[in-house]
Write a protein that binds this ligand. Structure first.
Ligand code: PSV
Ligand code: MN
Length: 430
């Protein structure tokens, strides 16, 4: 197997940190054992945790005002794969890539697959793009895609999605994620019901082309680029569409796609209950769809979401196997650093949620003891599980301190030389 960073750079760093880590791990292990928690069992859970990286997240993002690219950014999907290999090598918990088409289209998919295989990476959900026009396209998506009033535009958007499935098959993916920007910017511009009817017809046509062992995930988003109404604007429209479309059609929750203060953990619970939770796009937000780094603004909310997920895992809820993915835009940080940090922050929420004493919590819920129920959750959230996460990485030959190891490796400096700016289009959301 190939490594993006020389393994001896990682082991040299780990050698310096291992004895401190062992001590911290022992102290935490002792504290947890007093509560009847086995730290090694938790560490195994951390080792098994994995979250997919969005190919487009490896480039610097921006706003609609400007983009300030960094040096050595990936110029194509092959270079994005190399950056994803760094993220996984150091974090030990990000072994899959989620590509976006046509941004990541290549002539030879077997060459791309061989490239990702050589780094031990796989491909998760494939994403279609009918929110932009492509140069060689017959019809425009200016007024929508899957919901457009014109049948020719809808057919083109459906055909693109079925093409994305074909590309995904070549990479070994098993999920199609569909997000459309369709909606309206003015009251009266669009007939709500007719637009939704057209969406359902289009979604069913795509679903008909889905291989039997694939899932189709629909992503809702409250606004942007449509600023008055969006066709799949919230989880209500999303679950209705998923239910209408078919059993293997499920809802995907992008955390930033909700109004501020919406109770996302409760939405997650509802989707689990009706076997419609497809997966997540993790990120964080302060005001809107900010695409900030996961856990950087509302770590408690992220923990409460994982509390629902662990609860479903604990109850062996039928049909429960959500896909985890990051979906962030890195405007001022090195994307590799943000993605490593974010993958670990999501993993952190998972491990903390595993610390919740579910029997005790259920007792407090039964007795209507609101304060102690809340304290049970807070107690788990307040535990610093960093030694568990670091030990999980160490045991997988990843980095005890991923960011320090990354900086010491000079990967970005080397990429700056190897990837001179060609002035062409690059990854990252603008
Ligand atoms: C839309 O804002 C979104 O969250 C969807 O997942 C897109 O595929 C992605 O961002 C990239 O633009
Ligand atoms: Mn998303």
């Amino acid at each position: 197997m190939k490594y993006a960073i020389q393994p001896d750079v990682v082991s040299a760093h780990n050698d310096k940190l291992a004895s401190d880590l062992n001590r911290d791990f022992e102290v935490l292990g002792e504290q947890l054992s007093r509560k009847g928690v086995d730290i090694n069992a938790l560490t195994e859970k951390a080792q098994a945790f994995d979250i997919a990286v969005p190919s487009w997240g490896t480039g610097t993002g921006g706003t609609r005002f400007a983009r300030f690219p960094g040096v050595g950014e990936p110029r194509n999907i092959f270079e994005k794969v190399e950056d994803c290999a760094v993220i996984h090598q150091l974090s030990g918990c990000a072994s899959a890539i989620s590509p976006h088409f046509p941004w990541d289209v290549v002539d030879d998919f077997s060459e791309l697959k061989a490239h990702s295989d050589s780094y031990g990476l796989s491909w998760s959900s494939v994403n279609s793009n009918t929110f932009q026009d492509q140069p060689d396209q017959a019809q425009s998506y200016k007024y929508g895609s899957l919901t457009h009033t014109s049948a020719a535009v809808r057919e083109q958007a459906i055909a693109h999605n079925t093409q994305v499935i074909e590309w995904g098959k070549k990479l070994g993916s098993d999920t199609l994620t569909v997000w459309v920007g369709d909606g309206s910017n003015h009251p009266g511009q669009q007939h709500f019901q007719r637009a939704f009817e057209r969406y359902l017809d289009s979604a069913k046509a795509i679903y008909a082309a889905l291989p039997g062992d694939w899932e189709m995930h629909l992503e809702h988003k409250m606004f942007e680029p449509a600023f008055y109404s969006t066709v799949i604007q919230d989880w209500g429209s999303n679950i209705l569409a998923a239910m209408e479309t078919g059993e293997r059609c499920k809802s995907l929750v992008d955390l930033g796609h909700h109004a501020p203060n919406v109770n996302i953990e409760m939405i997650v619970s509802r989707l689990i209950q009706f076997k419609k939770l497809g997966g997540f796009h993790f990120n964080d937000s302060k005001y809107g769809d900010d695409d900030l780094d996961s856990g950087s603004i509302h770590p408690y909310q992220q923990f409460l979401i994982f509390n629902e997920l662990v609860d479903a895992e604990h109850r062996k809820q039928p049909g429960f196997s959500p896909a985890y993915m990051l979906d962030q835009s890195h405007n001022v940080t090195d994307p590799i650093e943000s993605l490593i940090n974010s993958a670990i922050e999501v993993q952190r929420s998972y491990i903390k949620a595993l610390l919740v004493d579910r029997t005790t919590l259920e007792g407090y819920q039964q007795d209507n003891d609101a304060l102690m129920a809340s304290n049970t959750l807070k107690g788990a959230f307040n535990v610093d599980v960093s030694p568990i996460l670091a030990m999980a990485r160490f045991r997988k030959n990843a980095a005890i301190n991923p960011l320090a190891t990354y900086r010491a490796s000079q990967y970005r400096e080397q990429a700056a030389v190897a990837r001179p700016d060609t002035g062409g289009s690059r990854s990252g959301i603008v």
